[in-house]
Design a protein around this ligand. Structure first.
Ligand code: FMN
Length: 267
């Protein structure tokens, strides 16, 4: 009787029952690898689409805060009305050192060369970039009509990122809106409620003495209703965050120098 040659690893594996432990582990591992490959390929191939959507979303928000967004509008075409410029906060001057179409404000805030750690930090942002991208909008006659300024700060649960639209006089607010936050729907997330957003339209930043007077609170400040945005009901903490961040960005550490130049007509 001839002796049978010893079977190889794969032959022995093949002969195992389907519900054996090695085969169960093999199927589980193969399935995991296959699924993770699909997820990785999807993530990599969809990245350009995600980036394009992010850019479009930002453009939509800028159009909205400036009152230029309508359903069905060609976003890229409408956005061409804006001139992006990189602004140096300390001097209030535009910088020619960066390309405004590609400058990344958030990356700049993390870059020690382009940002500074805040000692007083009412907006709870930790670091502030020395440069930010602002958007200029001209009227039909080619004169400056509005500036759209980015701002951000902490609410109750999250950092709110948004834009404020200020008229060419550097004092009248056209609108404010946030495009990213994680406040609670129905409470802090009511910052997105069109009714609340509309409260910002026509409010003023500085009173007649030049003092920053804009306030988000349950009661109006001494300066009066022109400077008052009603705090959100049931969301005092988010409202306080918005009050802090607006005051911070409109103040000396933020756009004060630039706003003063706007008032002088020097932009
Ligand atoms: C689950 C949960 C989520 C909340 N989310 C928010 C929020 O996003 N923003 C906020 O200001 N308050 C939020 N609050 C309420 C605050 O804890 C606090 O009660 C409120 O800000 C007080 O506002 P009021 O003085 O207008 O009532 C939340 C409360 C709970 C229980």
């Amino acid at each position: 009787m001839s002796e049978q040659a010893p079977k190889g690893f794969f032959a022995r594996f093949k002969e195992l029952p389907v519900d054996s432990t090695p085969k169960t582990i093999f199927v589980a591992v193969t399935l995991c690898l296959f699924c993770s490959m699909i997820v990785s390929v999807a993530a990599v191939s969809l990245r350009p689409v995600q980036e394009a959507n992010k850019v479009r979303d930002k453009q939509v928000n800028i159009l909205q805060v400036a009152g230029l967004y309508e359903d069905g509008v060609d976003v890229a075409e409408a956005f061409a009305a804006f001139e992006p410029r990189v602004l140096e906060l300390a001097s209030g001057d535009f910088s020619a050192d960066f390309d405004a179409t590609t400058f990344d404000d958030r990356a700049a805030a993390d870059d020690p060369e382009l940002s500074r750690e805040l000692v007083e930090d009412p907006a709870s942002i930790g670091r502030q970039a020395n440069f930010v991208t602002v958007y200029l909008l001209n009227d039909d006659a080619g004169n400056l009509d509005k500036v759209i300024l980015p701002l951000h700060g902490y609410g109750l649960w999250s950092t709110l990122y948004g834009f404020i639209a200020v008229e060419e006089n550097g004092n009248d607010i056209y609108g404010l809106q946030f495009y990213s936050h994680a406040e609670t729907p129905g409470l802090g997330a009511e910052v997105d409620n069109p009714r609340w957003k509309s409260l910002w339209n026509g409010k003023r930043l500085h009173d007649d003495t030049g003092t920053l007077a804009i306030t988000v609170d349950k009661t109006a400040p001494a300066a009066g209703a022109d400077f008052h945005i009603d705090a959100l009901a049931g969301a005092t903490l988010t409202s306080r965050g918005v009050d802090n961040l607006v005051k911070f960005w409109m103040g000396e550490e933020g756009y004060a120098t630039f706003l003063a130049k706007l008032k002088e007509g020097a932009v």
